[in-house]
Write a protein that binds this ligand. Structure first.
Ligand code: ADP
Length: 533
C-alpha cells in the first residue's frame, strides 16, 4: 500500500484514450504557442509600431488560439468522463463479484464515498495530467529561454528557485496530512447521511435522540468537514501566494543586483518579461499539488476496497445447469470472523442431503444458525471446511456462481427488485400466483416489471414470493416467509401454497417457527448451536 504509484495508475486509466490524450496535449501546446506568438506580436508592436503583417498575424493567431484551446478542453473533458465511467464500472463489477460475507461486513457509507467522492477525486487528478504536462513543457521552454537571454541572471534565479522549492516542500508536508483526515471525516458524515434517511421514523418519534443526532453527529460532522476543507484550502492558498510572490522577490533581487551582475538594461528587461511569463505555468504546477493529494487519499481507499472485495470465484456466463437429483453438504462448517474477545460463531459440521422435489423445513431457536445454513446451501458463503456436492460432484470456486443459479429465495431481510427475472419462468403461472397472493388488484407484471411495489409489509413479502416463483428455478428457499402474514394467509401458505409449489415440481426449503404446520414438510431438521440435532 505504501508504494502506490499514482502516476502509473493514472497512466493505466488513460491508456485506452492515449491518442485522444495526445491530441489534447498537442492542441494545448499549440494553443500555448499561439499565446506566445500573440505576446511577441504585441511586444513588437509596442517597440516598433503596428504594421499590416503584424495585424494579419494577430487576426490569424487569435481564432487559432481559441480553436486549439477549445479542442484541447473538449478532448480532455471526454477523456475525463470516460475515465470516471470506466472506474465506476470496474468498482461496481468488483462489488457485484465480492463475497457476500464481505459485503455484509462492509459498511455502506464506505462504498458510497468510494463510488462518488473517490472516483471524482481520482478523475480530477487525471483531468489535470495533460495540462500539467503542457505546463511542465512550457516552464522548461521558458527556463531554456531565460538561460538563452543571460546564463548569469538565469543561474541566480535558478538558485533562488531551488531555495523556494525547499521552503514550499516543508509547508506541503503538513498540508498533505489533512487530505487523509478530511477523507475519513467525509466517510463519517456519509454514515450519518444514511441514518438520516434510514432512521427517519425513529428520529421523528424520539426528540432527545433527534436533537442529539442533529447536534452531536450531523452538525458536528458537517462542521468538521467544513473546517478541514477550509484549512486545506487556506494552506494551499498560502503556498500558492508564496510561490507567486517569490517570482517578484527574485525579480526584485535581480534588479537590485543589476550593477553587480553587469547585465545591460535591455537584457534585464527581456529577462523580467520572460520571468513574468514563467509564473503562469509554475502557478499551474503548484495548483496541481492539492489535486494530487486528494487523489492519493482517494486512491488508497479504492485500493483497500478492491483488496477487501477480491474474490477467487468466477462469474457464470449463463443460468447454469439446473438439473440435479441431490445436493449434499458433507462435513460442512462455516466460521464467522471473530470480533474482539468473543469466540466466533461456527456452524457445523453439517451433513445433509437435499433430494429434488422434497419439502424440507429448517427449525431452531433464534441465533441457532438456520440462516447461516441457508446461505451455505445457496452457495452465498463458501464452506470454511467440507464440501457441497451436486449429484456427487463437488462445487468449487469456478462453478459456485453456476451452482447458485438453481435457487430462488425470499430472505428474511429480502430485497424486492421491481423487475421480474423470468428467463426460465412461465408468465401465466406468475400471474396465477399474483392472484393467489391477492395482489392482482394492487399490481401487475407489465413488460417484466411490477407496476408498483408500494404495498404493505405483508403484501410486499407476498410479492417477493411471486417474484421468486416467477424466476422458474427448481429450488425455492423461504426464510420465515409467513412471519408477517395474517393467520388466514399463514394457514393458506402451509396448507395450499406449499403443496401447490411441490406439485409444480419445486424443491422447497423453509425456515420456520410455525410448529403447528410442520406436517406440511417431508422432513424437518432441527438446528441447535450450529448443529443438526
Ligand atoms: P438464525 O437464522 O438461526 O436466527 P443466524 O444463522 O442468522 O441464526 O446466526 C447464527 C449465529 O451466527 C448468530 O448467533 C450470530 O452469533 C452469528 N452471526 C450471524 N450473522 C453474523 C455476522 N454477519 N457476523 C458475525 N456473526 C454472525
Amino acid at each position: 500500500m505504501r508504494n502506490l504509484n499514482l502516476g502509473r495508475v493514472a497512466a493505466g486509466l488513460l491508456r485506452p484514450y492515449w491518442r485522444l490524450a495526445l491530441a489534447a496535449v498537442a492542441l494545448g501546446g499549440l494553443g500555448s504557442l499561439a499565446t506566445v506568438g500573440i505576446l511577441a506580436l504585441i511586444d513588437d508592436a509596442l517597440k516598433s509600431g503596428s504594421s499590416p503583417m503584424r495585424a494579419l498575424g494577430f487576426v490569424l493567431l487569435c481564432p487559432f488560439m481559441i480553436a486549439a484551446q477549445y479542442g484541447s478542453f473538449r478532448a480532455n473533458s471526454w477523456i475525463v468522463q470516460n475515465v470516471m465511467a470506466d472506474l465506476r464500472k470496474s468498482l461496481v463489477d468488483d462489488i457485484l463479484k465480492a463475497p457476500v460475507a464481505t459485503i455484509e461486513r462492509m459498511q455502506k457509507h464506505r462504498v458510497i464515498v468510494a463510488l462518488n467522492h473517490d472516483v471524482e477525486q481520482l478523475t480530477v487528478f487525471v483531468r489535470g495530467l495533460p495540462f500539467l504536462l503542457v505546463s511542465v513543457l512550457t516552464a522548461c521552454g521558458c527556463v531554456a529561454y531565460l538561460f538563452s537571454i543571460s546564463w548569469r541572471l538565469a543561474g541566480v534565479a535558478a538558485l533562488a528557485g531551488v531555495a523556494r522549492v525547499l521552503v514550499v516542500r516543508r509547508m506541503l508536508d503538513s498540508a498533505y496530512k489533512i487530505f487523509f483526515v478530511e477523507r475519513e471525516a467525509r466517510e463519517n458524515l456519509q454514515q450519518d447521511f444514511d441514518l438520516l434517511v434510514e432512521g427517519c421514523k425513529e428520529l421523528r418519534l424520539n426528540q432527545p435522540r433527534r436533537s442529539g443526532f442533529r447536534e452531536r453527529r450531523l452538525r458536528a460532522k458537517i462542521d468538521e468537514v467544513r473546517d478541514l476543507t477550509h484549512d486545506n484550502f487556506v494552506q494551499f492558498t498560502a503556498i500558492e501566494a508564496i510561490e507567486s510572490a517569490s517570482a517578484f522577490i527574485i525579480i526584485g533581487a535581480l534588479l537590485a543586483m543589476q550593477q553587480t551582475l553587469g547585465e545591460p538594461k535591455e537584457t534585464l528587461g527581456a529577462f523580467v518579461v520572460a520571468m513574468l511569463f514563467l509564473r503562469e505555468p509554475i502557478n499551474a504546477i503548484v495548483g496541481y499539488i492539492p489535486m494530487y493529494g486528494h487523489a492519493e487519499a482517494s486512491f488508497r481507499q479504492i485500493v483497500k476496497l478492491r483488496e477487501d472485495f477480491a474474490n477467487t470465484e468466477s462469474w457464470s456466463s449463463n443460468g447454469g445447469n439446473a438439473a440435479f437429483s441431490t445436493i449434499a453438504l458433507v462435513g460442512v462448517t462455516y466460521a464467522y470472523p471473530g470480533e474482539g474477545e468473543q469466540p466466533p460463531f461456527t456452524l457445523g459440521p453439517i451433513d445433509l442431503e437435499l433430494r429434488r422435489g422434497e419439502t424440507l423445513f429448517i427449525v431452531g431457536e433464534n441465533g441457532s444458525g438456520k440462516t447461516t445454513l441457508v446461505k451455505l446451501l445457496l452457495g452465498l458463503y463458501p464452506p470454511t471446511t467440507g464440501a457441497i456436492l451436486v449429484d456427487g460432484a463437488p462445487v468449487g470456486d469456478a462453478d459456485r456462481d453456476a451452482y447458485r443459479q438453481r435457487f430462488s429465495a425470499v430472505f428474511f431481510d429480502y430485497c424486492l427488485f421491481d423487475d421480474v427475472a423470468m428467463e426460465a419462468g412461465d408468465a401465466d403461472a406468475a400471474n396465477d400466483y399474483l392472484t393467489r397472493m391477492e395482489l392482482s388488484t394492487k399490481t401487475a407484471i407489465v413488460d417484466g416489471v411490477f407496476s408498483t411495489t408500494a404495498l404493505s409489509a405483508g403484501q410486499r413479502k407476498r410479492l417477493a414470493l411471486v417474484s421468486a416463483f416467477a424466476e422458474g428455478r427448481p429450488v425455492l428457499v423461504l426464510d420465515e416467509w409467513a412471519a408477517e402474514q395474517d393467520p388466514t394467509f399463514r394457514r393458506a401458505f402451509y396448507s395450499e401454497i406449499l403443496p401447490d409449489l411441490k406439485r409444480r415440481g419445486k424443491t422447497l426449503i423453509c425456515v420456520s417457527h410455525d410448529d403447528r404446520y410442520f406436517d406440511a414438510a417431508d422432513r424437518v431438521i432441527h438446528i441447535k448451536d450450529g448443529k443438526i440435532v
